[in-house]
Ligand binder design. Sequence first.
Ligand SMILES: Nc1ncnc2c1ncn2[C@@H]1O[C@H](COP(=O)(O)OP(=O)(O)O)[C@@H](O)[C@H]1O
Ligand SMILES: [Mg+2]
Length: 505
Amino acid sequence: MEYKTIDYPRSVGVAPEGKEAVLSVRDLAISFKTDEGYVHAVRGVAFDLYKEETLCIVGESGSGKSVTNKAIMGILARTAHIDSGSILYEGEDLTKVSEEEFHRIRGTKIGMIFQDPLSSLNPIMKIGKQMTEVMIINGNHLKRYYNDLINAEFIAYKNDLRLLSLEKEERKILKSRIKDEQKKAKKEKRPVDEAKLSSYAEKIQTSLAHTADLQIQLKADKAALMEAKKGAKAKVKEKKQGIDAVHKANLKPILSSLFKNPKQAYGDFLQEHRRYLSDLRVTHKEAKERALKIMAEVGIPEPERRFKQYPFEFSGGMRQRIVIAIALTAEPDVLICDEPTTALDVTIQAQILELINRLKADHHMSVIFITHDLGVVANMADRVAVMYAGKIVEYGTAQDIFYRPVHPYTWALLSSIPDVDSKESLDAIPGTPPNMLFPPEGDAFAERSKYALAVDFKAEPPMYCLSDTHYASTWLLDPRAPKAEMPQIVKTRIENSLKKGGKAQ
Ligand SMILES: Nc1ncnc2c1ncn2[C@@H]1O[C@H](COP(=O)(O)OP(=O)(O)O)[C@@H](O)[C@H]1O
Ligand SMILES: [Mg+2]
């Protein structure tokens, strides 16, 4: 059988019918600068997250799952560098938006929960305050209105500043290269490499020309931002006047009844005052009411009492529920769960997974669920991306991955899931993942795979399409490859599971 290949990771092929992508990652590559050199953590990742679906990203520790998702959240370490790629969300490339703008997307549109809930909670602040604080900050209606109005101009201006500093940085590097060459020539007692130097000098000139253009652009964009701010201030003022006018109109009958029925008038006044404040911002009382409701929704008993407690007074599972509750307060479209149950014991783990599934459906969220354990995936995933050494090696629907896996690494992961029924001992994957300072050429899994072909050590396999929903990057799918059978243990499991007619497990 000859399979088509796709231009992965620049494209992921056609979207299945009726599926709308909420988040599109293309050609994403990220490295970290370390003392030993560059760690190539993510090396060309692409995927689409579809509306109201769960995409599970599975792979051993160190395969680049967290780094990929931290890039989406904009919380990469300072030493990280995005070498290439884009992350499209609502028409915007998240790799290019300013830090301020990212603040707004992170936590409001895209929420994230981590393996260790303690790391995302403040140990010395009561749970209730941690929940309401976010709502109160996000709930300043007039401020949000203002930020929305100046958003486009603000991003353009910040982008100019960023580009200017990149140009400056580049010239600095070029100048130091010129100096290096001059020093080296002197030391080696040879004439300087004129061609090299003039190429550097030329690049410096180009950068200076870019900088001049950018400065003109910056001036224009700054003026536009000032103009937008002026306009926005006027609009905010207008909006505030509107709110005040309604308030005044509502107060009028209350005040006129003051002498007839003072008690009633006082009650009405308080009520109107509260309503007025809620037009301006989310009040503490409203935030608390909402927090208690969400706490109940995520299954925290006695929310009133729990509201006043500190994180240390909660068990691991309850803490994870609180973190989920905090993420929910912002009504995110996308929820990223990075190994949220790894630190929990098995029964609690199952409860949290069930909770995430329920919340996903109730809140119409799309979920990215990260785990090293393919066993956890079966009841969660609509789609699965199998990651190894910074790349996605197989991608498909849960059925594709559990019933029709084709990549030797997916086979290895499937073999290592302990069987619930037979208690069959698991086959640990031999060897260790590669050192990402020096990623191997070709198929990175080859050195640990008994299915490896000679070509695996030389060339990277293309991405083959097995169907519209299922693709994999392994030379075993090349028509010239010898026929390879999946391990018996995986075969048996698939057969058993099909016999039981159960879900993909
Ligand atoms: N801040 C960092 N500095 C250097 N290397 C890092 C950093 N963060 C992650 N890495 C490296 O990037 C690779 C991928 O890490 P990660 O995405 O955390 O893996 P996982 O799949 O377990 O979530 C690993 O080799 C890891 O050591
Ligand atoms: Mg991780």
